[in-house]
Write a protein that binds this ligand. Structure first.
Ligand SMILES: CCCCCCCC/C=C\CCCCCCCCCCC/C=C/C(=O)SCCNC(=O)CCNC(=O)[C@H](O)C(C)(C)COP(=O)(O)OP(=O)(O)OC[C@H]1O[C@@H](n2cnc3c(N)ncnc32)[C@H](O)[C@@H]1OP(=O)(O)O
Ligand SMILES: Cc1cc2nc3c(=O)[nH]c(=O)nc-3n(C[C@H](O)[C@H](O)[C@H](O)COP(=O)(O)OP(=O)(O)OC[C@H]3O[C@@H](n4cnc5c(N)ncnc54)[C@H](O)[C@@H]3O)c2cc1C
Length: 658
């Protein structure tokens, strides 16, 4: 058997480009790489951030370990004056492989105060939150309702005499359920509740509630709070429940940047009722980036392992091939790698679009709200769905060892799975994007330039201009195929809806019956959007010819697999012919061959530290078997040669006479 590390060394020697140059591109420039390395150095050398035996811990131990790491992280952040959210996100992405018990504090609590608080409220709460003197969460979802926000039952009733709000959980189903970091960690929460003034309901607004005493962390009077129990994954996180019984807060605790309640109970409504949903939109944009990072990690583990793992001698006595040389294995992993790169590029687009449109909204251009919602909803759903399924493909591609916790892929899959549900269940979000697409289809005036393609009506009888397999290396033709599919499915969804209405159905029933068509067109739009962005962004890169070639080939793999996996949609209107589909399959194989020497280079370029992958299969040196063996020896069950259950249970039957 060849040595695993020599296998990876050989792979690295074959790579045609400079890996460090590609790392800089992925990070967004040399300076960003240096910043990332600096941040990593602050944390990686600390024993407290060691994850070696993490997979052996129980749920409670995992939570407790995460709290310990959180506190040290906060100290490190303070010690080095690290305040930039981007730095924090870098640390989470590349080093701290966990959903920390301050995840919600930083990702939702602080941004909600920043975006929905008045200047005075920001001045009061943000220094406390920034300094971790209080830890907050975002409590919106209830036992009875998550998707339908307008249906939330928690009430906040204004009492003008005392200038206070009174928070109540009027029914069992009104109990807040799921908020991250709520169960055991948070001292405060932004609670979303129905605002009542003089018996009139004004809809959902946000309120800051103190949950726990700052002296001894015990629940405040009227507050019942706890952990919701074990879940599929996210064991480090104390997703919680919260019930409130006449909890009184000062009037100033309603976040009043957009809507106001004056001391006498006069209400001033927000310029747009959806401004209160703003933090969810930010998190949806963040999920795109998280999806990219995690799929990159999974691809790194599975590709390195597949270069080390050898199986099945082709001819007696010959060295067994590396499993990566089986085209079936390439067909599992190369599309995941291509998707990881496509998502890394769209994540950058999503964040910059978020910041640009958010600035527009802040300056009063509320038209940007629906554009941002339309773009971020679909991309969140699309990237979460493909990332989660891609991680599982990577896990299975590692065979038996992929089932071991030591692979790192098991916990990654379990922890990423809920990204298809939280921040808006994926189907629900696709439906939102579809509504926006259909609006644009009907109203050119509201169509943003990034979506102007919707205005071009697909020509009946249009045909794909691909004449040979070589044509499939032309981005323009690939993008054209996805554009055509998106235009056609949007038009078809609009026609379907109209046909339902013309049959006499009311709007909501017609919308419901059109749901499957809506989701279809939203997915088609997202595939188009991501493919177009990948080729546009890659074309603009200033880099070596070899890197550009590899990236373009990855883009071709992403696009061609998208066509092959959804072939029915392209064949349905004869846009693509059977012969062209054969070209597609042929070219996919050709691209795998082109990329084969660079596969390890392409994953090395993500530059994940071993600690962040926490995988016996995916470490940089490829020393898989020693790692698996040493890890197993440390398993709690192996602490003694004879387990206590032998004395308790086994011994009597083993010793009994037959
Ligand atoms: C040094 C340290 C510094 C730290 C600084 C902080 C920076 C931190 C940065 C990064 C940290 C990264 C860490 C990542 C860690 C990740 C951890 C992940 C934890 C996950 C936490 C999860 C939280 C949650 O899940 S919160 C709860 C989320 N809930 C939902 O998403 C509910 C989904 N439902 C909805 O959004 C809506 O109700 C709806 C979309 C289903 C709409 O329903 P509907 O009934 O139709 O609503 P309606 O009110 O009638 O809407 C009418 C029209 O309004 C449109 N619309 C809806 N929503 C929006 C919107 N948001 N914006 C604009 N427009 C909207 C809707 O489309 C309708 O339009 P139309 O014209 O009528 O079609
Ligand atoms: C790990 C995790 C962390 C979370 N963190 C938080 C948090 O920090 N704060 C917080 O407030 N919440 C949090 N949540 C809650 C989360 O946001 C909701 O679970 C999510 O929005 C989905 O809502 P739901 O549970 O009500 O699902 P449901 O809406 O009940 O979905 C069930 C099914 O119904 C379908 N469905 C529902 N409505 C429609 C519709 N209108 N049209 C078509 N189909 C529909 C869905 O597609 C789905 O298939 C978290 C959830 C999880 C799993």
């Amino acid at each position: 058997m060849a040595s695993p590390s020599s296998d990876l060394d050989r792979e690295r020697r074959k790579c045609t480009f400079n890996v460090a140059e590609l790392t800089d591109i992925i990070n967004g420039g040399r300076e960003k790489t240096e910043r990332r390395q600096y941040l990593e150095s602050l944390v990686l050398n600390e024993p407290i951030f060691n994850y070696d035996d993490y997979y052996f811990l129980s749920r409670e131990e995992k939570y407790s370990d995460a709290v310990k790491k959180t506190v040290r992280l906060v100290q490190v952040l303070k010690q080095h004056n690290i305040e930039d959210p981007e730095d924090y996100q870098t640390l989470l992405k590349y080093v701290l492989n966990l959903n920390l018990p301050i995840a919600l504090h930083n990702s939702m609590f602080r941004p909600t105060i920043r975006d929905q608080g008045t200047d005075e409220q920001r001045k009061k709460w943000l220094p406390l939150a920034n300094d971790y003197k209080i830890i907050g969460t975002y409590a919106q979802t209830e036992l009875g309702h998550g998707t339908f926000i307008r249906g939330l039952e928690t009430t906040s009733t204004y009492d003008p005499k005392r200038e206070e709000f009174v928070l109540n959980t009027p029914t069992l189903t009104a109990t807040k359920w799921w908020p991250g970091c709520l169960g055991k960690t948070s001292t405060h929460a932004v609670v979303m509740a129905q605002l009542y003034i003089k018996n009139q309901c004004y809809g959902i607004h946000s309120f800051i509630i103190q949950l726990r005493s700052l002296k001894d962390h015990s629940p405040m009077p009227g507050v019942t709070v706890g952990d919701i129990g074990n879940k599929v994954g996210l064991e480090t996180n104390d997703n919680g429940f919260l019930a409130m019984d006449n909890v009184r807060i000062p009037r100033e605790n309603m976040l009043m940047r957009h809507a106001q309640v004056y001391p006498d109970g006069t209400y001033r409504k927000p310029a747009n009722s959806k401004l209160v949903y703003g933090t969810m939109v930010l998190l949806r944009a963040t999920v795109v980036s998280e999806s990219a990072t995690n799929l990159s990690k999974a691809a790194t583990i599975a590709i390195r392992y597949s270069c080390v793992r050898r199986q099945t001698e082709a001819k007696p006595g010959e060295l067994e091939p590396q499993i990566i040389d089986y085209v079936t294995q390439q067909h599992k992993l190369v599309p995941q790698l291509a998707t990881a790169y496509a998502f890394a590029w769209i994540a950058r687009y999503m964040m910059s679009t978020y910041h640009a449109l958010h600035a527009d909204i802040e300056s009063g251009h509320l038209g940007a709200l629906q554009e941002l919602h339309g773009i971020s909803s679909g991309l969140k759903a699309f990237t979460a769905e493909m990332s989660v399924s891609g991680i599982e493909v990577c896990r299975r591609a590692c065979g038996g060892h992929g089932f071991s916790a030591a692979s790192g892929l098991v916990s990654m899959y379990k922890d990423r799975l809920p990204s298809c549900t939280y921040e808006g269940e994926n189907t629900v979000l696709y439906l939102q994007t579809a509504r926006f697409l259909l609006k644009c289809f009907r109203q050119p005036s509201i169509t943003p330039s990034s979506m102007s393609y919707i205005q071009v009506k697909p020509l009946p009888g249009a045909r794909w201009g691909v004449k040979s397999p070589e044509d499939l290396m032309k981005p323009i033709l690939l993008v054209e195929a996805f554009e055509h599919r998106a235009q056609r499915t949007i038009k078809s969804a609009a026609q379907f809806l109209e046909s339902q209405i013309s049959q006499g159905l009311d709007t909501s029933e017609a919308m419901n019956r059109s749901g499957i068509e809506f989701v279809r067109c939203a997915k088609a739009h997202c595939y188009y959007f991501v493919t177009r962005n990948f080729f546009q962004s890659t074309a603009l890169l200033k880099c070596s010819k070899e890197i550009k070639e590899s990236l373009l080939t990855l883009g071709v793999v992403f696009a061609l697999n998208g066509i092959a996996d959804n072939s029915g949609e392209f064949l349905e209107d004869c846009f693509i012919t059977g012969t062209q589909m054969e070209f597609v399959r042929e070219r996919i194989l050709y691209c795998y061959k082109q990329l084969r020497p660079n596969l390890v280079g392409l994953v090395d370029a993500f530059a994940f530290a071993d600690q962040s992958l926490n995988s016996a299969l995916g470490a940089y040196d490829g020393d898989v078997y020693n790692r698996l063996y040493n890890w197993a020896k440390r398993a709690p069950l192996n602490k003694t040669d004879v387990h206590s259950s032998y004395h308790k249970y086994l011994k009597p039957i083993l010793k009994s006479k037959i």
